[in-house]
Design a protein around this ligand. Structure first.
Ligand code: PLP
Length: 392
């Protein structure tokens, strides 16, 4: 785990500055510290800002220009090959407005009509509501703790597919539990999926955010021939380079049937992508590495720092430092705050977390904290939690 003693430029980012920038964590509750949206407080890579300026100066504001799509697809494919040895044709990297738009498309067009969607929980909360909007049922399959590590419940998945579910949402790296899965784990999932002939939406939006010491990210679609056949993958530079408002993500197609289905959807699937989003994603994949490495080092320090702070001020809280993502999952059940402890901290500590219960039933009594904040703010968050509990 990282060294945390030196002052970093991110340490100097203030709450006032963040409120001025106006991100959701800092504008939704003007009097509280926001830790509920998965966005980073660290700004953006200079290479991306520069590319965006050039895009603005070039007045690249027309309908989805194919040249920008082609550049993004090319850079993304190159980055996937270089980072993970995943060789995909640039033409198989398709643009969408965001990963959740891609998930909606996966539900509606890449799984058996009407079939239920299996969501391992606790989950990113929109995995739970998007299928409902498409008239699908959601089957929650809680992750299981095996020797202090969160793993997929293979029997639970098997049962859900036996009951007719048609699509698994596989979030890798895993929001909110911070797991970076091993090849053996992914392979085991793919065998269950294959045995039922169902589909997987692999949400790999957090893949650049593997923290030091963890194994590298392994794209699920690469673990076996069958996984490439049953998977459609969504990703984006938006989480790792802080670009969520620019509306650009990628769907990676890995089999002929999906290419044909995608082509059949026509422009409707891709039209929500923005030009500046394409430009920013292209720049991130092409030249965002230096900035990202700096961020990962800082996050490494933050995950250690959180462990130290909790051990010191709130030793009852259960926390396993994430291997990837910038999210920390806190099991605070022993504090006796009930199923929705977030409301206590919002009211009495002035800190707003994601309620674990909003991540599925398995999340009751837990909180999700955003580690991607300046270290002094992280300190303040834990101090406020401890003080509020002491005043109870
Ligand atoms: C796992 C996961 N998928 C999707 C999203 C949302 O991505 P987008 O804004 O591209 O829809 C998030 C946002 O935090 C996420 O954590």
């Amino acid at each position: 785990m990282g060294e945390v003693s030196t002052v970093h430029e991110f340490d100097r980012i203030t709450v006032d500055h963040l409120r001025e920038r106006g991100g959701l964590n800092w504008s939704t509750y003007p009097d509280a510290l926001g830790s509920f949206v998965a966005e980073m407080d660290y700004g953006c890579a200079p290479e991306i800002i520069e590319a965006l300026h050039a895009g603005v100066d070039g007045v690249r504001f027309g309908y989805l220009p194919s040249v920008l799509v082609a550049e993004m697809s090319q850079e993304c494919a190159g980055w996937l090959a270089e980072s993970y040895g995943w060789k995909v044709a640039a033409s198989d990297v398709r643009p969408v407005g965001d990963v959740i738009a891609g998930f909606e498309i996966a539900v509606e067009h890449f799984s058996t009509p009407g079939s239920a969607v299996v969501v391992p929980t606790p989950a990113y909360k929109h995995f739970l509501d998007v299928p409902l909007r498409s008239g699908r049922k959601v089957v929650e399959v809680p992750m299981v703790l095996v020797e202090d590590r969160w793993e997929f419940d293979l029997d639970g998945l098997d049962e859900a597919f036996s009951a007719g579910a048609g699509l698994l949402v596989l979030c890798s790296p895993y929001n909110p539990l911070g797991r970076v899965f091993t090849r053996a784990e992914l392979l085991a999932v793919s065998e269950v999926v294959e045995s039922h002939g169902v589909r997987v939406f692999a949400d790999e939006i957090h893949c650049p955010l593997v923290l030091p010491g963890a194994a590298t990210h392994i794209p699920y679609a690469t673990v076996s021939t069958s996984s490439s056949q049953h998977t459609i993958t969504g990703l984006s530079a938006s989480k790792a380079w802080n670009l969520a408002g620019l509306k650009c993500a990628q769907m990676v197609l890995t089999n002929q049937a999906d290419r044909e289905t995608w082509a059949g959807l026509g422009l409707a699937a891709e039209i929500g992508t923005s030009n500046l989003g394409l430009i920013a994603n292209t720049a991130a994949f092409r030249s965002g590495g230096t900035w990202l490495r700096e961020v990962l080092g800082y996050l490494d320090g933050n995950r250690s720092r959180l462990g130290d702070l909790l051990a010191d001020r709130l030793p009852e809280v259960l926390y396993r430092p994430p291997e990837g993502t910038y999210l920390a999952w806190l099991d605070v059940t022993s504090l006796g705050l009930g199923d929705r402890p977030g409301s206590f901290f919002a009211e009495h500590a002035g800190v707003v977390f994601t309620e674990g219960a909003d991540c599925g039933d398995a999340g009751r009594g837990c909180l999700r904290l955003n580690l991607a904040t300046p270290r002094p703010i992280l300190d303040e968050i834990v101090n406020r939690m401890a003080s509020a509990l002491a005043r109870r």
